[in-house]
Design a protein around this ligand. Sequence first.
Ligand code: ZN
Ligand code: ZN
Length: 91
Amino acid sequence: MPTMPESANQMPFVCKWLYSHPEPQQFKTQEELKNHINKHDINSCNRLSLEDPIYICPWEGCNKRQSSIIKLEEHLYRHIRQRPFKAIPKK
Ligand SMILES: [Zn+2]
Ligand SMILES: [Zn+2]
């Protein structure tokens, strides 16, 4: 019989840094996800403009702009604390 990977529910931490991998990557623990994120080159999010460096969040569907790499990092950590299977707040 076809086996659904049981791991699906056990991998609640997801990286959606889709510039670097076309598919979201899943992790069991936040620690693993953090280690993974640290391997991404956050500098590649820098969209140079003549006046201000703008860092654009690489997360799928986000595209928020941050004015510094520090802010982008803080912002990214907000993403990785989200659990994808959390109930979506109703309007
Ligand atoms: Zn990733
Ligand atoms: Zn974002």
